[in-house]
Design a protein around this ligand. Sequence first.
Ligand code: 2BA
Length: 109
Amino acid sequence: MKLVIAVVQDKDHRKVMDALLERGYQFTIVASTGGLLREGNVTFLIGTEAEQIDGVVEAIGAHSKTREQLVNVFPPTIEPIGTCIPSPVKVQVGGATVFVLDVERFKKL
Ligand code: 2BA
């Protein structure tokens, strides 16, 4: 048994849900927030057999787009707080960030 943890952009999560449901995978979604952008994303928890991992990852990848976003970076400064000007930097977000973990024990009680 494996656990797939996938962080998906908010804009893509409905399509990813539909794709997983169509293929019969069971999952839980959790609302989450990216540490850098501080924007909402969605984390999928998908418990599945090892043979199904490729199908799961493919379904997620097929609907997770890469996008560019601007993030404000504050330069290191000795100026008093409030006088430094943030410079926007482009970051590439996504597709999805996927982790695959071994499950030691799985039980529905
Ligand atoms: P955020 O933390 O908001 O990050 C958005 C994007 O900013 C990232 O896109 C990446 O391109 C860039 N970024 C974030 N932290 C960075 C760093 N320390 N150095 C360089 N670039 C950085 P993605 O890599 O596609 O990640 C999208 C979202 O997936 C992240 O949103 C975060 O919520 C999650 N994520 C990514 N890597 C993770 C990890 N190793 N552990 C846990 N969550 C992760």
